[in-house]
Design a protein around this ligand. Sequence first.
Ligand code: C5P
Length: 401
Amino acid sequence: MNSLTNKQILLGVTGGIAAYKSADLVRRLQDAGASVRVVMTTAAQEFITPLTMQALSGNPVHTALLDPAAEAGMGHIQLARWADVVLIAPASANFIARLAQGQGDDLLTTICLATAAPIAVAPAMNQGMWLNASTQANLRILLERKVQIFGPADGGQACGDVGPGRMLEPLQLIDAVAGMFQSGLLAGKKVVITAGPTREALDPVRYISNHSSGKMGYALAQAAMEAGAKTILISGPTQLAAPERIECISVTTAEEMLQASLAHVPGCDIFIAAAAVADYRAAQIAPQKIKKTLDDSLTLMLIKNPDIVATIAALKNKPYTVGFAAESENLLDYAQQKLQRKNLDLMIANNIGSEGIGFNSDDNAVTIIDAQQSQELTKRSKQQLARDLIVIMAKNLMDNQ
Ligand code: C5P
């Protein structure tokens, strides 16, 4: 799951040996779903070429403040506006000093002055330079101005010294940047989400399941985590990687999903049932593989699975409980009935009949229904939809309290 999907990161590279790591950082930011534009200082170009960064980012690299061609395209003001975050990695001692003084004598410092986006710096320098009182004083100024400081790490340095001043590794920086997007809307809250299909064995080799990919539930877990919630994802079998910074519990059957849900519901503020739970399971799992017979038909006895979301919603101290209704007809009617029958606070209705949305696809469009009203959320990526849904749930939760 990408944690920086749709984010626009302006990466500033200043002069330091750690600039070689910035090439990897560009790739990894893109892997995490971000668009990246690179601005390099003159000193940075002594360590790594703009061509490398251009090839990796897929965008022209910006190096000069007074470049008529660049200003006609994306000049410093447009770059400053484009960025969701300005990340300077590596940030040299000299750059940190110039940023602290509010200088605007090159492209990168000018962008930092002009931007309304949050700024983060990943210092990289010799340990003596890091510990120097001037550098420390400059860092205090930056912190006062809400500039985030990522790192540095301690360890061996290119110059042979050992101590603080190593730039954080690209993956640590990506985690830190993702943290900047946390809205804090669900800070201090606990969110439990079920996701994916369940799998009900018929015999040692066969099972009943469905096509749920788990993408919507995983996107909701990511969005809840980004909003600051302690997030627990209870997932049936999916192809998706367990998201970072989220407690993931793997289950197979509906019964296991119910037990995991009950175990984690104490203290839970929002319970979101995004799993496509098998409605029925075999009355008895055959101990050996069921053999083909001469008969043209085979009868399986199925029994009903527990309704997980209804069980949670029936608890005395029930959390704000959200269900999904995936229907191919009479969507709103069925969703409304389910909302009441299962005693839910919010129902997210999903028309699985429409092309390119819902089950197994990357986009979704839904209608959300609660006791008072319904609201349509038009087609958008599951990540975006998840963020929008989390905002709505957080607001409803606040209103209910
Ligand atoms: O009744 P139906 O399966 O259509 O309801 C869908 C909603 O109920 C979803 O939120 C789903 O996760 C939840 N559900 C459940 N346990 C079941 C069946 C459905 O939690 N056994």
